[in-house]
Design a protein around this ligand. Structure first.
Ligand code: ADP
Ligand code: MG
Length: 694
């Protein structure tokens, strides 16, 4: 349960004075429905009410404060005319203009003959200065007491700034002093103030410089949030480690048989990852491990080795791929190796139906079938394993956590989970998005890989590119030709791809095939099969083609309008070539002139082939939110921290969380108690429950 000290902050904004149902709705939309949400609504600029001027000298269209004497009220005679109040100082006259006038109210606010401080923007109308709807009108006494500088918050239509300032102000006022959850020495080292002081400071900026998100008070609050998330992830991980899983141990004899069927040995990186996986599988807890590695780094093989361990230990294994094409490809690669090890393997997608499907399901239930490869069809209730021990999930960005767990829940004991991703994730992001998982990285490419030459070429030199394609065809090599995504419009993409297809077909005839997302699966398979077998040499594709398609004879990839692709995406696409023993080329066709970021992206690709370096550069160029796509990636939505600005704090928060839990796993010390409050403050209630249920 949420600690009492936080109750005031979790009150509904509708309880604020002066906030009726309409404003409450707007506040909820802007920041959130409770006071605590308002705390994270940070100022975007400031108003400096001190900027005083005179009627004669006030610069037009800038916010100024004038000290005026009210001389005359001129009510409007016609509805459409404004109510005007004439006022003056020693330098001249000015009209205060009100379109929605309430005479009584104005008479009270600006009584004739009295002095008021009036703030607003001056404009010149019919050669006379006027101020329409002043932003602030104060008596001399009130002016002396009012804040000279106020924050400005991002607002929404119908929400007056004044009401917003008052609401956030009240939330900050009601924020209690909380026990310190940060380490004192760390605070001192960083020069940070306590939570309450930091929060106050954040909401009372005194100059534009105070709005800088790298200010200490903002960093302190960001660190609080990172610490809360890292603690929550560590707790989830600790729990996972306590979840009883299978102990899957093997002598490695099945693995040896499969590897003997290959003409190469595992790279050191592959072996290192396997050692980590073996240790997890042998341990009594459940494995939850992310295997990262560039396209072609040999993750699938590592996964197979892990599956063979599970099978030698007497269990079954499943491999789930995000698309049918990929599932088929995995099955095709793994079948001969599984056969070499004497392990029965089958494929199950939406397309296996009727008797064939029933037979697979029956063999699976009886335990005779050891490896099942497929799409999310594997999650279906009719798929029942005799004894599922290991689940491998490929390309996890497309699956949610729930799907992973749904499949692994099919074991008698929760199955071990190995997630493979070919999108290297920058370290800070990996920590925030996948901190609940253990991580293995394959950083090395298999030996003998020929490097890929990457060139950027303007679209105007298309003919040279076509000549290059022709040469590749003459050598019996394969060419991918990727057409870009146009403005999220699949029909337009298709038109562009079809047009290119027609043009290439006019040159190369039947050797060209087209593949796109709107084709039926069988048609896609056929196109890929023809391409792989060499019946076709050029495969024109929209980006909806499965990026995992593996054709060792493909040596050229042309990416049209490369400037429209993201860095990670280009790298993924480039990984379609260079998988065999021949040298390969990646041609980035761009539309000149190139923007600065686009140029940086293309340069980066030409300079390196290391997915991890590219991922870091992508993060730098694009920022965290866009990098993975907030929703897809499972990246948490931070309230006050900004990964683009504060990500340097993540590793520290991570280490901090680890250390805290190693010393105080149940958060029982005084600092632990304070940390529980922190967890509730950032709504990591689930994490606290984890400790309780132990
Ligand atoms: P990933 O799944 O990481 O994209 P794969 O496992 O599909 O990579 O491997 C890509 C290609 O490299 C496959 O043809 C595979 O047989 C081959 N391969 C994998 N490991 C090695 C290795 N250690 N040495 C040589 N070739 C390898
Ligand atoms: Mg793969």
């Amino acid at each position: 349960m949420r600690p009492q000290i936080l109750f005031p902050l979790f009150a509904d904004v509708a309880n604020l004075q002066g906030i009726g149902p309409r404003f409450a709705k707007l506040l909820a939309k802007l920041a959130g429905p409770r006071l605590v949400d308002l705390l994270w609504h940070t100022p975007v600029s400031i108003i400096d009410w001190r900027r005083q001027s005179t009627v004669a000298e006030a610069p037009p269209n800038e916010l100024v404060t004038l000290k005026l004497r009210v001389t005359e009220h001129i009510p409007s005679k016609v509805k459409s005319r404004p109510y005007k109040i004439r006022a003056s100082d020693d330098t001249g006259f000015i009209d205060l203009v009100f379109f929605r006038a309430y005479g009584d109210y104005l008479a009270k606010q600006l009584p004739t003959g009295e002095t008021r401080y009036v703030s607003g923007k001056i404009e010149i109308f019919q050669e006379r200065p006027q101020m329409t709807h002043p932003e602030r009108i104060l008596t001399e006494e009130a002016f002396a007491e009012a804040p000279a500088i106020e924050p400005v918050y991002g607002s929404t239509e119908g929400m007056p700034q004044r009401t917003l300032i008052r609401s956030v102000g009240t939330a900050v006022e009601r924020a209690p002093e909380l026990p310190e959850w940060q380490d004192e020495a760390w605070l001192k080292k960083q020069g940070w103030t306590d939570w309450h002081t930091s929060l106050k400071k954040l909401h009372t900026p005194q100059s534009a410089a105070d709005l800088d998100p790298t200010r200490p008070e903002r960093r302190r609050l960001a660190y609080d949030e990172f610490l809360a998330t890292q603690l929550a992830l560590s707790l989830a991980r600790a729990r996972m480690r306590k979840t009883k899983g299978r102990t899957l141990k093997a002598t490695g004899k099945l693995r040896a048989k499969a590897l003997a069927a290959l003409h190469f040995t595992l790279t050191k990186s592959q072996q290192d990852s396997l050692r980590e996986i073996d240790a997890d599988m042998a341990a009594p807890h459940r494995m939850l491990r992310l295997l990262q590695g560039d396209v072609g780094s040999g993750k699938t093989l590592v996964a197979l080795c892990a599956m063979l361990t599970a099978i030698e230990a007497g269990a079954q294994a499943a491999l789930m791929a995000p698309t049918e094409v990929l599932a088929r490809q995995h099955a095709a690669t793994l079948t001969p190796l599984a056969a070499a090890a004497g392990v029965p393997l089958a494929l199950l997608t939406g397309r296996e139906r009727g008797k064939e499907r029933d037979a697979i399901l029956e063999r699976l239930r009886s335990g005779e079938l050891k490896i099942l490869v497929g799409t999310h069809a594997l999650i279906s209730d009719v798929v029942v394993f005799d004894d599922l021990g290991l689940v491998v999930v490929d390309e996890q960005h497309r699956f949610g956590v729930h799907q992973r767990l749904a499949l692994s829940g099919k074991g008698n004991v929760p199955a071990d989970i190995l997630v493979m991703t070919a999108t290297p994730i920058p370290r800070t992001l990996a920590l925030t998005a996948y901190g609940d998982m253990d991580m293995s990285r394959i950083t090395e490419k298999p030996a003998g890989r020929k490097p890929i030459t990457t060139r950027a070429i303007p679209l105007t030199r298309l003919e040279e590119v076509i000549d290059g394609v022709e040469r590749a065809i003459k050598r019996d090599e394969r060419v991918f030709w990727v057409c870009p995504l146009v403005e999220e419009n699949e029909d337009l993409d298709l038109t562009a791809a079809e047009q290119r297809y027609d043009e290439l077909k006019a040159i190369f005839g039947e050797r060209v095939r087209l593949i796109h997302g709107k084709m039926k699966s069988a048609e896609k398979d056929e196109a890929i099969a023809d391409f792989r077998a060499g019946k076709a040499h050029v495969l024109v594709a929209t980006t909806v083609i499965e990026v995992g398609v593996d054709v060792p004879d493909a040596t050229v990839i042309v990416i049209e309008h490369a400037e429209r692709f993201g860095l990670a995406q280009l790298h993924q696409l480039r990984g379609r070539v260079g998988r065999g023993s021949k040298p390969s080329t990646c041609l980035l066709l761009y539309q000149a002139p190139l923007g600065e970021t686009a140029r940086a992206r293309l340069d980066c690709l030409r300079n390196t082939d290391d997915g991890f370096i590219i991922a870091e550069e992508d993060l730098r160029l694009r920022g965290a939110g866009e990098l993975l796509g907030q929703r897809q990636s499972g990246l948490p939505d931070f309230r006050i921290a900004d990964l683009d600005i504060h990500s340097d704090l993540v590793p520290a928060a991570r280490d901090d969380a680890k250390l805290i839990l190693s010393r105080d796993p149940e958060l029982k010390t005084p600092r632990g108690e304070a940390l529980r409050i922190l967890l509730y403050l950032f709504e990591q209630d689930e994490a606290v429950r984890t400790i309780k249920s132990g």
